[in-house]
Design a protein around this ligand. Structure first.
Ligand SMILES: Cc1ncc(COP(=O)(O)O)c(C=O)c1O
Length: 360
């Protein structure tokens, strides 16, 4: 069945119900990861030249999926309350109303920002008033480490007259159960889901039945809750560790957004460090991150950096930050081109690495 096996669709709608999202079976399709849901949504909605609004910064692989349909982009700046969605009004009045708004409202990749309740409500109303389709991508909502969950835009839209036709919600088991299983779920209005099902039939007929069975059995048991408790506890410790290490290593040279969940910290070098240039030194020092400039559709910020805290335990995070600090010193020294400071940094680097080796 292209739309997914009944057993998994039932389990997935149970999972969404725990998040306060009510979906009927005909409003849900199982996808091969949420990446496929983004791709199919883009194919179902976009024609060449259509406008898509994304956050600034936004999830880079969503752009890859959108790009295949040759759209144009507008971008919405992100602050501590998530995307400044009210900017969409400016686009509406300047004749550049997007056809599709894509956003990650909970602990976004890469910014970690969480869209405020007020902005969620505003966006649901805007969607119906202006006939703009909203794709809400929520892989990280269950990775809340602090504070209380907020209702999804999708659920808000369902209690906003007319808006339910204009919103779709997608999620994945990749960030909680297993990324390799490739199980995602897309919920939306019935007509939209029918179209997605046809497109999915052309793409891969259906998501692996074996993987669907594994996921259904996993969700039917009580394993997910136990796993969530474990990863939240671990990630909280790892996030605190990364914040502390970065703050003590870089002080005021780097500004950090400190999110209430997810997997990432989003930083900005205040000293104008170019993080793509820094990357060469970082790789040489044995640490890696994602340079911020790839997350933009326009005017990339070359001093931004995405740091991950979920993948490594605290002792490895400490090692990584020490290496990053060393790489930054090397970068500054190469940038300033000073021979004597080169020697000084060589010694500093040796000291840092010796400390790191002792601590592991
Ligand atoms: C915002 C966002 N959406 C979608 C995905 C894709 O996840 P999946 O493994 O379910 O395809 C990711 C993965 O990193 C992501 O960060």
């Amino acid at each position: 069945m292209t739309e997914g096996q009944p057993r998994l669709r039932a389990a997935a709608s149970g999972l969404l119900a725990q998040r306060g999202i009510r979906v009927e079976e005909n409003e849900l399709v199982i996808t091969t990861g949420s990446q496929q849901a983004i791709d199919l949504t883009a194919r179902s909605i976009l024609n060449e030249g259509d406008l898509v609004a994304v956050e600034r910064p936004t999830y880079v692989a969503a752009l890859q999926a959108f790009d295949l349909n040759s759209p144009r982009y507008v971008s919405i700046p992100v602050d501590q309350e998530g995307g400044q969605v009210q900017k969409l009004l400016e686009f509406a009045s300047s004749g550049t109303l997007p056809k599709l708004v894509y956003l990650v409202p909970n602990f976004a990749n890469p910014s970690g920002a969480c869209l405020s309740l007020e902005r969620r409500v505003w966006l649901a109303r805007f969607a119906v008033q202006h006939g703009v389709f909203v794709l809400e991508d929520d892989p990280y909502g269950e990775l809340r480490l602090h504070g209380s969950p907020l209702p999804s835009i999708y659920e808000i839209a369902r209690s906003t007259p007319g808006a339910e036709k204009w919103c779709a919600y997608l999620t994945t088991l990749s960030k909680t159960m297993s990324p390799g299983l490739r199980i995602g779920a897309l919920a939306g209005p019935e007509q939209f889901i029918d179209k997605i099902t046809l497109l999915k039939q052309a793409a891969d007929l259906h998501t692996s039945s074996f993987n669907q069975e594994v996921a259904a059995r996993y969700l039917e048991g009580d394993r997910l809750q136990g796993r969530l408790d474990l990863i939240r506890r671990e990630y909280r410790e790892r996030q605190n560790c990364l914040i502390d290490e970065i703050t003590s290593a870089f002080g005021s040279a780097m500004s950090l957004l400190t999110p209430e969940g997810g997997m990432f910290l989003w930083g900005r070098f205040r000293d104008g460090t170019d993080t793509r240039e820094l990357l060469k030194h970082a790789i040489a020092a044995g640490v890696i991150y994602v340079p911020g400039d790839c997350f933009y559709v326009e005017q990339p910020d070359r001093s931004a950096i995405r740091l991950n805290f979920s993948a490594a335990p605290p002792e490895v995070i400490r090692l990584g930050v020490a290496r990053l600090k060393y790489a930054h010193e090397r970068y500054l020294s190469a940038f300033n081109g000073s021979g004597s400071s080169e020697r000084r940094l060589e010694l500093l680097g040796q000291r840092v690495l010796a400390r790191v080796q002792r601590s592991t």
